[in-house]
Design a protein around this ligand. Structure first.
Ligand code: URA
Length: 257
């Protein structure tokens, strides 16, 4: 593996910023192969050198992968002067994380955050047709006619029709009798007393795609939540605004796509 600077190694091995890493090194808190190392630019090989901070071995991770439950009201950008972004919800110093794909500000659910640009590119590439599954509440019921239209592909005003999508009607829900979506209760439907719940699986990631497909079928999306992206399924233990690192198995599954 290629050699990297000691201060960079520390930021990639743990939750420390580059400047904190330099301070720790200068204060003699970092050992390389058992000896204190005070030069932040000392080159280390992550595979062969043993690096310790305060006697604890630092395990180097080349990339970070976080599963975030994005709440509504937060934008899928890396930074913004006015709005809260998905990166404001995670504490990951020294890494240039970004969201893999975007959810609208009012959409909630699964967002993958990473600094692995190649993997993100593969997941987003239209050639790869990675399924994205959503739970949606519509203003009107849908039936077999709409299921067929989604399966055929819809004209949403782009040059090309959408690819076939799977529409699975669930049924009517109301605020008085809130349905649980994937184990969580849906809170109030803004401005509506009731709505019609569906699952929608799309293969692309066009701008506002689910809402535009619903509109093409004469319906309005009142609530939208992304449940999965390829093999990654939103962890039911996560609450809106919280995240966790992907497991080894999850990382292998998305790499295998
Ligand atoms: N489709 C939409 O319309 N909005 C989203 O946030 C995601 C998919």
């Amino acid at each position: 593996m290629k050699q990297i600077r000691l201060d960079k190694f520390l930021t990639m091995a743990g939750d420390v910023s580059r400047s904190q890493a330099r301070q720790y090194i200068k204060k003699g808190r970092v050992n390389v192969d058992g000896s204190p190392e005070k030069k932040p630019d000392r080159k280390v090989d992550p595979e062969t050198n043993k690096v310790e901070l305060d006697g604890e071995i630092c395990l180097y991770e080349e990339f970070v992968y976080l599963m975030l439950y994005k709440p509504a009201g937060v934008i899928s950008a890396t930074r913004d002067s006015a709005e809260r972004t998905v990166l404001d919800l995670v504490d990951c110093k020294g890494r240039d994380l970004f969201p893999v794909g975007r959810l609208d500000k009012d959409t909630e659910g699964l967002v993958l955050l990473t600094d692995d640009g190649r993997l993100a590119h593969r997941l987003l590439s239209p050639a790869h047709h990675v399924d994205k599954r959503y739970y949606a509440i519509l203003d009107e019921a849908v039936g077999q006619e709409e299921v067929k239209a989604f399966a055929w592909g819809l004209d949403i005003g782009d040059e090309k029709m959408t690819m076939p999508a799977l529409l699975e009607p669930v049924g009517w829900i109301s605020e008085a009798e809130p349905l649980t979506a994937e184990g969580k209760t849906i809170s109030g439907l803004p401005g509506q007393e009731q709505g019609f719940a569906v699952y929608i699986t799309i293969q692309e990631g066009r701008y506002h795609q689910v809402k535009r497909m619903a509109r093409a079928a004469g319906r309005k999306v009142l609530y939208l939540k992304r449940l999965s992206m390829g093999p990654l399924i939103l962890d039911r233990a996560l609450e809106p605004g919280t995240c966790r690192t992907l497991t080894r198995e999850e990382i292998e599954e998305i790499r295998a796509l």
